[in-house]
Design a protein around this ligand. Structure first.
Ligand code: ADE
Ligand code: ZN
Length: 335
């Protein structure tokens, strides 16, 4: 099989935490710049800490590393470094999550966060289109989410939607109905992480109580036949992140990932990277992992990529033209 010199499969990246693209080398570079002491001797030491047992064990390191993100330029450089990688991965459009509460709680003004990310997006419009999804931290009080949305209101022209992330179990979607009601009133597209570690019931709640247009992860929905029938009927997008699921112990190994079952159930699934600096690769690596680990065919990979464009918050003309490009893919290089 030829893998070099051929164009990568075009795709939309819909489940990417921009803070999850913070590479260990950048943690050290920014720590030096801002004179921040790190609890690691070296990049290798830091990487050795990426030995996760569950979602919380990852979140502890993910939030701790963010201490080096301080200025508008830091956020712009972080997002620029990611956006520069998009063409080689076949990423034509990206909707990136960001976690304002993880920064405002450390004294970083929200306008530095949004402004920096927006600067990067504006600098890369020639090579990739990009939008921002503001996530609320579900393990924090609902009132904090409401305050965060109010603080973001002057910047809504730069934000496509709202999401819900962080520690899932014990923090059901129904905790956030008020803030999601307000976000929808403001014209923001609602999405939420659900059914990653939490039960299928959280997926149902995200649909019923938050009115989400996409479910992030949603892998545990497969445990509930009625829910699967509903997701199939409504073509609800599920943004699945295989390497993340393996590294956080949500599935026991790539060969046991429910993605083939989800495809067989004709669910609107697509493949994404979640926190690529922590989980062993960007979206191209996730595609290669499911091709090799689950024996997916070129047609199944095309379906995943078509679904990604169908599920993106883009206009119909852009969607149709991206889907044409997917159909013309030669079947060689998924990423
Ligand atoms: N924040 C960053 N990555 C996350 C994940 N996989 N689940 C929940 N919250 C997150
Ligand atoms: Zn995620």
């Amino acid at each position: 099989m030829t893998t070099t010199g051929t164009p990568p499969l075009p795709k939309a990246e819909l489940h990417l935490h921009i803070e999850g693209t913070l590479e260990p080398e950048t943690v050290f570079e920014l720590a030096r710049r801002h004179d921040v002491a790190l609890p690691y001797e070296s990049v290798e030491d830091l990487r050795a800490a990426y030995d996760f047992t569950d979602l919380q064990s990852f979140l502890n390191v993910y939030y701790a590393n963010m201490v080096v993100l301080r200025t508008r330029d830091d956020f712009a450089e972080l997002a620029s470094a990611y956006l520069r990688r998009c063409p080689e991965q076949g990423v034509r459009h990206v909707e990136m999550f960001f976690d304002p509460q993880a920064h405002t709680s450390r004294g970083v003004p929200i306008e530095h966060v949004i402004g920096g990310l927006a600067d990067a997006i504006d600098a890369h419009t020639d090579s990739v289109s990009a939008g921002l999804i503001l996530c609320f931290l579900r393990d924090q009080p609902a009132a904090d989410a409401e305050a965060t949305l109010r603080a973001a209101e002057p910047h809504l022209d730069r934000i496509v939607g709202v999401g819900l992330d962080s520690a899932e179990v014990g923090h059901p979607p129904s905790k956030f109905t008020t803030v999601f009601d307000r976000a929808r009133e403001l014209g923001l597209k609602p999405v939420a992480h659900a059914g990653e570690e939490g039960p299928a019931e959280y997926v149902r709640e995200a649909l019923d109580e938050l009115g989400v247009l996409r479910v992030d992860h949603g892998i545990r929905a497969i445990e509930d036949d009625d829910l699967v029938a509903r997701l199939r009927r409504d073509r609800t997008p599920l943004t699945v992140c295989p390497l993340s699921n393996v590294r956080l112990g949500c599935v026991p190994g790539i060969g046991l990932h429910p993605l083939p079952e989800m495809l067989a159930a004709e669910l609107n699934v697509s493949v994404h990277s979640d926190d690529p600096a922590y989980f062993g690769g960007y979206v191209d690596t996730n595609y290669t992992a499911v091709r090799d680990g689950l024996d997916l065919t070129p047609d199944q990979l095309r379906t995943l990529a078509e679904n990604s464009f169908e599920s993106a918050f883009i206009d119909v003309a852009a969607r149709d033209s991206f889907i044409e490009e997917v159909r013309a893919w030669d079947g060689g290089r998924p990423g």
